[in-house]
Design a protein around this ligand. Structure first.
Ligand SMILES: Cc1cc2nc3c(=O)[nH]c(=O)nc-3n(C[C@H](O)[C@H](O)[C@H](O)COP(=O)(O)OP(=O)(O)OC[C@H]3O[C@@H](n4cnc5c(N)ncnc54)[C@H](O)[C@@H]3O)c2cc1C
Length: 585
């Protein structure tokens, strides 16, 4: 809730020359190896996914987050994000296969493996000689991931664990050489994590490929273990540490998933723009209609906002990671702790980017009209592929609960101070508001003042809710979800404001006309949405005078001195997108 200076945030305009080159080579790879084969990906060609993954391995792209001493590229966090972003734009099948292998399939060993485990497995995973997958979910243990029934029993000679159980929805299972498997030892409270080599002779069998709504060429199967012998030295970290590993690895997976939604948004917008310019109705290209401009502008706005938040948080993680290494932590612990510090942002971004992506794909279908519904045009698969991002890596409901839950926990432990500022806001509510007319002539000054007030809305609602329910707040899920939506929107709009401000400071305000329009449009929508969500929250727990006072506060904190002309903003954004044949910032 504190103020951030624009010069302290990282924006996509800050990429180094090296990062830009990396981006261009990933784009080239996707344009050559994936785009021409799009129809095949929709025909459940799992072998093609494996083939593209192998080629990505040959280029070193599977080793981006693996340290160099284990044959990886050991890239910084922002660059790994960049690769995730651009490798994922063409089809959800590759996005999922890549994410499952480089993220949840490999990172548990990078972060928790001992030296022998790292030496044995990481070079194979980094080069694509082996493929990895992550087997946490079970038929009866999805969101409640620690409730799995898979067991690990120590053999009589104490040399092996025998794993038995059933895992479900396992990405890359069809071609995985290695699985990170979570199982319970005896009656342990928490599950334990194991590195398991895939060997059908060792009690491992697979179900058929799942018949899915989207990501058609991503392999997803059930995996069955029947007394699968796993050497004791293949336990990852310690007994009972599996749930922690699962959650921490998912934190990284979540922000990477946000990255994986970015180029998909750019591509959907680009294709929709070109289609709208070519498609004529009423003797007019449909791109000239206000209804279509509305959609193009909003799709561009969401793309800009998700880029702003994702790269801001990625660099924040990078910075913390470097500081921790400088302070003497080993790189794996430093990365774990750095990501843990930004776990709230990881969940925020996963929710926001997946929902913006879904919106863009949906409007893409609409712009294509009947052709949007046709499997022969690209929007149909984009729409289906987008849907999964709201479900895996923790559903968006679970991630919403996590954002607010983690923040309140941090506040209770005194790691972030929200209770004191919340009390100040409560005091402000009873004071007489200033009737002075502020000077908002400076660039983005009104927007920044509104952002400050939106933070007060959050403090007002969350502070009063904590006071009202204390520990029992957990049981008021609808209220928590409203608070979480407010928090998510504040982070995203702040990221857009800071990016535009930073770029205006270095390149001049005139260079940021479209970026300013997207920022203002998003802020306008955010104010509306926060007003609605805060109102729902307030009326759920406050009555009478308290309710009236808080609703009055809400009006005060969501007030514009002068509204921007939203229609004009959309028109300007859309015209820029149309003249550039897509999102080219
Ligand atoms: C294509 C695909 C690929 C996948 N890949 C992998 C993989 O590689 N490895 C792996 O381990 N898993 C994988 N998963 C599993 C995925 O992570 C789970 O599907 C997801 O976590 C949700 O679990 P569930 O399906 O059991 O849904 P449930 O947990 O049954 O949830 C159903 C609904 O209830 C809601 N809900 C549940 N609990 C709560 C609560 N406490 N509060 C509020 N709402 C709640 C959920 O948000 C959801 O809307 C994959 C899934 C799919 C579909």
């Amino acid at each position: 809730m504190r103020e951030t200076d624009a010069k302290d945030v990282f924006t996509p305009e800050d990429f180094t020359e090296e990062q830009r080159m990396m981006r261009d080579s990933v784009k080239e790879f996707i344009d050559k190896e994936v785009i021409p084969k799009k129809p095949q990906f929709e025909k459940k060609d799992y072998a093609l996914t494996e083939d593209v993954m192998r080629k990505a391995g040959e280029l070193g792209l599977l080793g981006i987050a693996v340290p160099e001493e284990y044959d990886g590229m050991g890239m910084d966090f922002v660059t790994t994000m960049l690769v995730c972003d651009y490798i994922s734009g063409a089809t959800g099948s590759i996005a999922t296969a890549f994410g499952a292998h480089t993220g949840i399939g490999t990172m548990p060993i990078v972060l928790y493996g001992n030296e022998e485990q790292k030496k044995k497995y990481l070079p194979k995973l980094a080069t694509g000689e082996w493929f990895g997958s992550y087997a946490l979910t079970e038929p009866e243990a999805g969101s409640d991931a620690n409730s799995g029934k898979t067991t690990a029993t120590l053999s009589e000679d104490g040399k092996h664990y025998l794993i038995s159980g059933q895992k479900m929805w396992i990405s890359n299972a069809g071609f995985a050489d290695l699985l990170i498997v979570f199982a319970r030892i005896e009656d342990d409270k928490y599950i334990t994590s194991f590195i398991v080599e895939n060997d059908p002779e060792n009690g491992i069998s697979m179900g058929e490929e799942e018949n899915k709504l989207g990501i058609h060429s991503s392999s997803t199967r059930q995996v069955f273990f029947s007394d699968t012998k796993v050497p004791v030295e293949n336990m990852l970290s310690e007994r009972g540490n599996g749930f922690k590993i699962a959650m921490n690895v998912l934190n990284i997976g979540r922000i990477k998933l946000a990255g994986a939604c970015l180029d998909a948004q750019r591509r959907v917008l680009g294709l929709s723009t070109v289609y709208a310019k070519e498609r004529k109705q009423f003797k007019t290209p449909i791109a000239e209609f206000g209804a279509i401009k509305f959609k193009l502008a909003e799709m561009a706005m969401y793309t800009y906002v998700s880029e702003s938040g994702t790269y801001r948080a990625a660099k924040d993680i990078d910075n913390r990671l470097k500081l921790r290494i400088e302070a003497g932590e080993d790189p794996a612990t430093a990365e774990l702790k750095a990501v843990e510090e930004f776990a709230i942002e990881c969940s925020i971004l996963k929710v926001a980017a997946s929902e913006y992506m879904q919106y863009s794909a949906d409007e893409g279908v609409q712009i294509y009209g009947g052709m949007g519904f046709s499997a022969d045009a690209p929007m149909e698969s984009a729409w289906r592929d987008a849907r999964i991002s709201r479900i895996y890596e923790g559903t968006n409901e679970i991630n919403r609960m996590l954002t607010i839950g983690m923040l309140l926990k941090k506040a209770m432990r005194g790691h972030v101070n929200i209770l004191e500022p919340a009390m100040k806001v409560a005091e402000e509510l009873t004071s007489i508001p200033s009737f002075d007319t502020p000077d908002y002539s400076a660039f983005l000054s009104e927007e920044k003042a509104i952002l400050k007030n939106l933070k007060k809305v959050f403090l007002m609602v969350a502070g009063a809710a904590v006071q009202k329910y204390g520990e029992e707040l957990e049981e008021h899920q609808q209220l928590l979800l409203a608070a979480s939506d407010i928090l998510i929107d504040i982070y995203m709009v702040e990221s857009a404001i800071l990016r535009t401000e930073k770029n205006a400071e270095r390149n001049g305000e005139n260079s940021q006309k479209i970026q300013l329009a997207m920022t203002q449009l998003f802020l306008y929508k955010t104010v509306d949405k926060i007003t609605q969500r805060a109102k729902e929250g307030i009326v759920s727990f406050a009555e009478g005078d308290e309710q009236r006072m808080m609703l009055m506060g809400l009006r005060r904190f969501t007030k514009y001195q002068e509204y921007p002309n939203i229609t004009e903003l959309r028109k300007n954004i859309a015209e820029n997108i149309i003249s550039n044949n897509g999102y080219k910032l």
